[in-house]
Design a protein around this ligand. Structure first.
Ligand SMILES: [Zn+2]
Length: 295
């Protein structure tokens, strides 16, 4: 519950609407803007804090950062998820120039065929060094808002599990929309806080992990945010997700007591059993595909 000594809240950074305190988690407030149906954490971490966040330990099992148990070990699972997504993208645009923002080791771009000209943006130099992307992927290391691409350069831009990690999702969408040619395709995947699963779990929903996630979108709110940038949402998918058993256990520890999950996690991590692929779909991750209007 909000306390009398809590300072008054600033307006919603996305729409200027009034924010309401929902709940506290990990020392942060989660605030909801009913006007744009988006939630945001308070206080917002500084740019400097966020830069240091995505060091190699984020990808290699630092549980305090809620990242990955071992990103490289997820290769088989990611390949399955990414192949399906690549197929959806090809159904819109069969070939061309694509930009994947937050590309990590380029696993998604690798799932596209050789007929694509592949570009990526990745903020973490450590993951690129540890697990270099394929040679046909041209990577810009740094903040996407500093990406030097010319307007209209790309046929497709993808933002998978990215918008909730950035301080200004609106600026990121604006930049991505500007980089697309008229008729180009934008694909955005995010946890959906309006999903039945998320609403049933409330503050225990595994996506509520401040300060890893700074924003929590609903399907409707995210659609409006995308359409505000001159795009039209043309398809909405709740794709199945794949994760290794190790990663499932790693993430279960966000919601279950460590003494229950840790012993099993330690037992299977790095073993063949830990590498088993688990397919799941709680319909709480939405992928929106949007086309840019004519010039
Ligand atoms: Zn708002």
């Amino acid at each position: 519950m909000p306390r009398p000594e809590d300072p008054p809240l600033k307006p919603c950074p996305l729409c200027g609407g009034g924010l309401r305190r929902q709940f506290e988690k990990f020392g942060y407030w989660v605030l909801l803007c009913p006007a744009c149906d988006t939630a945001v954490i308070d206080p917002m971490p500084s740019e400097k804090d966020l830069k240091g966040y995505y060091s190699l330990d984020y990808f290699k099992g630092n549980r305090a950062k809620f990242g990955y148990s071992d990103y490289a070990a997820e290769a088989a699972c990611l390949k399955r998820a990414f192949s399906a997504r690549a197929q959806t993208i090809r159904s819109f645009i069969p070939k061309g120039r694509i930009l994947d923002v937050g590309c990590a080791n380029g696993a998604f771009l690798a799932a596209l065929g050789p007929e694509w000209e592949k570009h990526g943006v990745e903020i973490s130099p450590e993951i690129l060094e540890d697990s270099p992307p394929p040679k046909d992927v041209k990577v810009f290391t740094g903040d996407f808002l500093d990406y030097p691409g010319s307007p209209g350069l790309f046929d497709v831009a993808t933002l998978f599990d990215l918008l909730d990690h950035v301080r200004d999702p609106q600026a990121v969408l604006r930049k991505a929309a500007g980089l697309l040619r008229p008729g180009g395709l934008l694909a955005v995947q995010q946890g959906d806080r309006s999903s039945l699963f998320a609403r049933a779990l409330g503050r225990c929903w595994h996506i509520y992990i401040p300060p890893t996630h700074l924003w929590y979108f609903s399907r409707a709110g995210l659609s409006r945010l995308i359409e505000r940038q001159g795009l039209k949402v043309v398809r909405c998918e709740y794709e199945p997700r794949w994760a290794s058993l190790s990663l499932c256990l790693f993430r279960l520890s966000y919601i279950l007591p460590a003494f229950l999950v840790d012993p099993v996690y330690r037992l299977v991590k790095g073993t063949r059993i830990g590498e088993l692929s688990v397919r799941f779909n709680f319909r709480d991750f939405v992928t929106l595909y949007a086309r840019k209007g004519p010039a």
